[in-house]
Design a protein around this ligand. Structure first.
Ligand code: SF4
Length: 744
């Protein structure tokens, strides 16, 4: 790469940032007419409508945006979108409202000598950013600054960030908040299939005759996917494996309320019984998999009686589930955070994959071992963020891969690190050890969301310089920043998201960003300019330029998207699922089928074309309830109207009416009676790491000995126990020991 000294002469800066009158102008940076309302879509009339993929969750619903004088004034669900078919959840409906919040970051803020954040112009902000980070690197080495990316911004933006930070600014360490939700699924798929490749399409919700949900409260966490289940015309059996009697479990044909963290034992037992009874697809196993005999031998001790005891389940109920899986012609297995956020999440996800493989339930309509993602662009992050794998699902440690990416981006191969980044937890550890001293946090709120909050806060306090780039200046992390960079949000910029079923959808700029806020894309352009990175970053003038670079980097990979011509094609198709290689795409008007799944031919991505059976002996979690802290803490999604740290959802008055703003702790009636608790009584919930005040919600949805807190509340992570999956390094949020103390 040609690294150049930045031209910071007044004229150059003026061209980049300032209009002739000396005032900041976003339009100069945004290149109006090149993209945004100026180009996409040409069909939209100033007082017409245009479509956009939703920016909240990984479902990836299509929204119809209603324009007045070229700006969106309202929205409704898109009827012709293959994902949501005219439906939207409350969050989607409120997508425009949350942009108007009074705590939007509208200008850069820099911490002064008095320790307070004060407004500065973009020039000062970017000079401070680069000067501080360069000074830290000069003193402590290039690897002493790092970044934390996100599943919330466009794929083009995370691609720009990851390549800029690592190939332009010399960083080695960068991870994303997807570590907190999807890292387990990534590793599970890579080891089992040879690539991080969720195989399904949403049509499978409607095609199955048996659906098995493990650690997934789909009804609340992914309400539109749940609507797709409800449209299933085959009167399907619905099996829910979850310690809680969730909204999804209530409607299930079979609910197995297993003891927390006994899921691996249960899944191995189900597999063992299927094998012992001969209820497996031996032909499929022989043709398309390896490791089955070893797996079979490993699980032969997992008997029904042992599972009933370990999982605290009735043996007949387990057997009924095994029989339902056996009887199903099209069985689909779905999992999400109950599996991923576990100390043995990877092996649990692979135990689910094993079941799909051994019963031949993969690659056909209504089947699959299917991981559902969380954030709107977790899938984009998994493939293109350049954090823990090289862009396009490549490997930093492979010279062949580094040479390919260097060639596609026209940079020297020496600019590409030869080793993987530290994972998120290791970056946090590095900060505590003084190895990382500068941190750039983009569109995520770790001061709220990271496990064991007290330790997280102490960690951030150790940094020499914390840069937070966010839509809102009020997040718990932005409050701790030395520099806040105000970012545009969904609807104020353009780019693509990849949803859970691998569908790449386009979102568009339909309203202006407030004040001096800039699209993350433009902030990265500024960072590249002020750092003096040169090519290729100065060639990327629009998100679509980056999309074309992403395409090149994906060539010949399982996620090849070289057949997607441009944004127009994505827009016209209402999203396109990867892969789509150039060789498949014929002619200017050609469109791919709307629903496509992987592995129809039984060919996987390992060199031998076969999927792997994987096994490991289950281990207990690192913290168990005991005499002092006798209750087990479970955490999870509260309601369909809440989203993660509520950075966005709390800004909507409508959404706020759909959940309790008081922190409620769910307690089983038996435990409430034992402790003498009254409904709505104020109590303290304490763990060895901290305490929170909550009100008691007495419900039978949690079993005796367990309590539940919603993850959205900023207090919940005061209590969580910091343990991580060995392979994915994903935090295990759903286990910790607590006690409830009555207020005097
Ligand atoms: Fe948006 Fe997800 Fe709701 Fe669909 S389900 S409208 S993608 S938040």
């Amino acid at each position: 790469m040609s690294s150049t000294t930045p031209d910071q002469s007044p004229n150059a800066l003026q061209q980049l940032i300032y209009a002739k009158d000396g005032k900041l102008t976003r339009d100069l940076l945004l290149n109006p007419g090149e993209y945004g309302l100026g180009k996409v879509p040409a069909k939209a009339k100033p007082n017409g409508t245009t479509t956009s993929v939703c920016g909240f969750c990984s479902t990836g619903c299509g929204l119809e945006l209603h324009l007045q004088d070229g700006q969106a004034v309202n929205l409704s669900p898109a009827v012709d979108w293959p994902v949501n078919l005219g439906m939207a959840c409350p969050k989607g409906w409120e997508s425009l409202t949350i942009l108007k919040s009074s705590d939007r970051a509208t200008q850069p803020l820099l911490k002064g000598a008095d320790g307070k954040l004060a407004p500065v112009d973009w020039d000062t902000a970017m000079r401070s950013f680069c000067d501080k980070f360069k000074a830290i690197q000069a003193q402590y080495g290039n690897d002493s600054v790092a970044f934390l990316s996100t599943g919330q911004i466009a794929t083009e933006e995370m691609f720009f960030l990851g390549t800029l930070a690592k190939f332009g600014m010399g960083m080695l360490h960068g991870d994303g908040n997807t570590r907190q939700c999807m890292a387990t699924a990534v590793v599970a798929y890579k080891e089992a299939f040879g690539f991080d490749a969720p195989p399904f399409t949403y049509q499978d919700f409607e095609e199955s005759d048996v659906l098995v949900f493990v650690g997934s409260n789909l009804c609340i966490a992914h309400p539109i996917m749940w609507e797709r289940v409800l449209r299933n015309p085959h009167n399907p059996q619905i099996i829910v494996i979850d310690p809680r009697r969730t909204e999804t479990a209530v409607t299930a044909t079979h609910h197995l309320p297993l003891a927390p963290k006994s899921d691996l034992t249960l899944l191995y037992t189900i597999a063992n019984i299927l094998i012992q009874k001969g209820w497996i697809d031996a032909d499929y196993i022989a043709r398309n998999t390896t490791g089955f005999e070893e797996f079979k031998a490993s699980i032969k001790e997992y008997t029904l009686a042992k599972a009933a005891e370990t999982c605290q389940l009735d043996a007949d109920r387990i057997m009924a589930v095994v029989q339902a899986i056996h009887a199903g012609k099209r069985v689909s297995f779905w999992w999400t955070m109950g599996v991923n956020q576990s100390h043995q999440g990877v092996r649990t996800a692979q135990a689910i994959i094993n079941l799909a493989l051994m019963t031949g339930n993969i690659g056909r309509p209504g089947t699959g071992a299917n991981s559902i993602t969380g954030q709107c662009n977790a899938m984009g992050s998994r493939l293109f963020s350049n954090t823990t794998n090289l862009v396009g699902g490549h490997d930093f440690r492979s010279l062949e891969h580094r040479e390919k990416i260097a060639g596609q981006l026209d940079i020297p191969v020496e600019n590409i690190p030869t080793e993987n980044s530290w994972s998120y937890d290791r970056i946090m550890e590095g900060i505590r050890a003084g190895e990382i001293r500068g941190l750039w946090v983009i569109a995520t709120n770790p001061a709220h969301s990271w496990i064991h909050q007290k330790e997280a806060h102490e960690t951030f306090d150790k940094l020499d310089f914390l840069v937070v780039q966010d839509m809102y200046h009020s997040t718990e992390t932005a409050q701790r920043a030395d520099l806040v960079l105000p970012a545009a949000g969904w609807g104020e910029k353009e780019g693509t998201f990849i949803n859970s079923e691998r569908r790449i959808g386009l979102h568009k700029k339909v309203v202006p960003a407030p004040g001096q806020a800039l699209a993350d894309f433009q902030i990265f352009r500024l960072a590249a300019h002020y750092w003096g990175c040169g090519s290729p970053f100065d060639q990327w003038k629009t998100p679509e330029d980056v999309f074309q670079a992403m395409k090149r980097c994906s060539s010949d990979q399982p996620c090849d998207i070289t057949g997607i011509r441009d944004y127009r094609m994505l827009d016209d198709a209402r999203g396109i699922q990867w892969p789509l290689a150039a060789s498949e795409s014929t002619g200017d008007d050609w469109m791919p089928p709307t629903q496509r799944r992987l592995f129809a031919e039984g060919k996987f991505f390992h060199a031998d074309g076969k999927a792997r059976f994987l096994f490991e002996t289950p281990q207990p979690p690192g913290e168990q309830p005991h005499a002092e802290f006798p209750l087990r803490l479970l955490t999870g999604r509260g309601t369909a109207a809440q989203w993660h740290t509520q950075t966005k959802t709390s800004k909507s008055a409508v959404l706020r009416t759909l959940y309790s703003t008081t922190l409620l702790v769910d307690v089983n009636p038996e435990d409430a009676a034992k402790l003498g608790l009254e409904p709505h009584e104020e109590v303290t919930v304490e763990s060895p790491r901290g305490s929170v005040t909550a009100r008691v919600n007495i419900v039978a949805s949690v079993l005796p000995g367990q309590v539940f807190l919603p993850m959205h509340n900023e207090l919940t992570n005061r209590l969580t126990f910091p343990q991580f999956d060995t392979y994915s390094r994903q935090p295990s949020y759903k286990n910790g020991a607590v006690r409830i103390v009555k207020k005097k």
